[in-house]
Ligand binder design. Structure first.
Ligand SMILES: Cc1ncc(COP(=O)(O)O)c(C=O)c1O
Length: 340
């Protein structure tokens, strides 16, 4: 089977396993795990922020960051197809007690005017007070889309003008950096906090990071504890994180090349619409072909290729460490057979 369902299927390499075996450990709730302390400092440095915090997952990282920015009853401005809104079990509403104000983007790209409308609402008994925005880069449902830096910076400027804050769900921020050649620190310079995943393209088995100011991370550390994310010998998770940040970033270019190969062959299928491919995610729309997404899923599955479904007529293929050029060439051969 060639599994293109998600880059969360990456398995740790031998060198990464070696790093786990050699990790120096302590109790991180007591602030005494040296490997986690090292990873948090490294993550902060790479993202150009003052401090970092290890969390167990992207979902936990986004929740803890938003808990730190927003109080119960307040609003959060979210892109309507963002991961936080759609796929994190509504944690912002059930745990924080925050209310979503949604902006419909174009493949994840929000019009600054729509965002400003929410920030600019004067006191009104009908509205939740709203001072916080989330952005997502790359945008998953947008097809791994790179949200341009000037858009992020414009949104951050609007937030600042209204004394608001911005959190970036940067689960795949290093894919943006590799695709654009812009350092990750520059991509997140104007936002207040970032969550990025170690366990996707970077190939770690577990873990995500939050970065932000010293004060923000100090408060987030307690919120992490509240949601059960205070871990003991967390160096087991941090050691592969350090390995990944030092060794697994540049190779993301190979995943992007593989996604482009898929895009090229899929674009030869009559009436199949493909979202622009910027990074390692390919999303295609079958609504003008004779097939539903689930039919395409079954056809690929019969041919030894696993893909995922994003809606009645949307399917997704994701490239990652462990999917070789040979695997991709095999999939390319199956595409004309599936769409016939
Ligand atoms: C954009 C985005 N944000 C956050 C997450 C959540 O990460 P996790 O599955 O580690 O909770 C994902 C996972 O796919 C994602 O794609």
């Amino acid at each position: 089977m060639i599994d293109l369902r998600s880059d969360t299927f990456t398995l740790p390499s031998k060198d990464m396993m070696e790093a786990i075996l050699n990790a120096k450990l302590g109790d991180d709730v007591w602030g005494e795990d040296p490997t986690t302390i090292e990873l948090e400092a490294l993550a902060a440095k790479k993202l150009g922020k003052e401090a970092g915090l290890l969390v167990t997952s992207g979902t936990q990282g986004n929740l803890v960051a938003n808990m730190t920015h927003v109080n119960r009853g307040e609003g959060i401005i979210l892109e309507a197809e963002s991961h936080i809104y759609m796929y994190e079990s509504g944690g912002f509403s059930q745990i924080i007690g925050a209310h979503p104000y949604l902006v419909k983007g174009q493949n994840g790209l929000m019009d600054p005017k729509d965002v400003e409308n929410y920030f600019a609402q004067p006191y009104n008994v009908h509205w939740s007070p709203t001072k916080h925005l989330c952005v997502e880069n790359t945008h998953n449902r947008g097809g791994g889309r790179v949200i341009p830096l000037d858009n992020i910076n414009t949104l951050a400027k609007i937030a600042k003008e209204h004394e608001g804050t911005v959190h970036m769900d940067g689960a795949r921020i290093f894919n943006v950096s590799v695709a654009t050649g812009i350092p990750a620190s520059k991509l997140v310079e104007k936002v207040d906090s970032v969550q990025f995943c170690l366990s996707k393209g970077l190939g770690c088995p577990v873990g995500s990071m939050i970065v932000g100011s010293e004060e923000f991370i100090h408060l987030a550390r307690r919120n992490r504890r509240t949601v059960g994310g205070g871990l003991r010998q967390s160096g087991i998770i941090s050691a592969p994180g350090i390995y990944a940040l030092n060794n697994m970033v540049d190779r993301l270019a190979e995943d992007h090349k593989h996604a482009k190969m898929l895009e090229k062959t899929l674009s030869e299928v009559p009436n199949l619409k493909i979202k622009p491919v910027d990074t390692n995610i390919v999303i295609a729309d079958t609504s003008e072909t004779p097939w539903t997404a689930s039919e395409i899923l079954s056809k690929f599955n019969e041919k030894g290729v696993k893909i995922s479904q994003m809606g009645d007529y949307l399917f997704r293929m994701v490239t990652y460490f462990g999917i070789s050029t040979e695997d991709i060439e095999n999939v390319l051969l199956k595409i004309p057979e599936v769409f016939q």
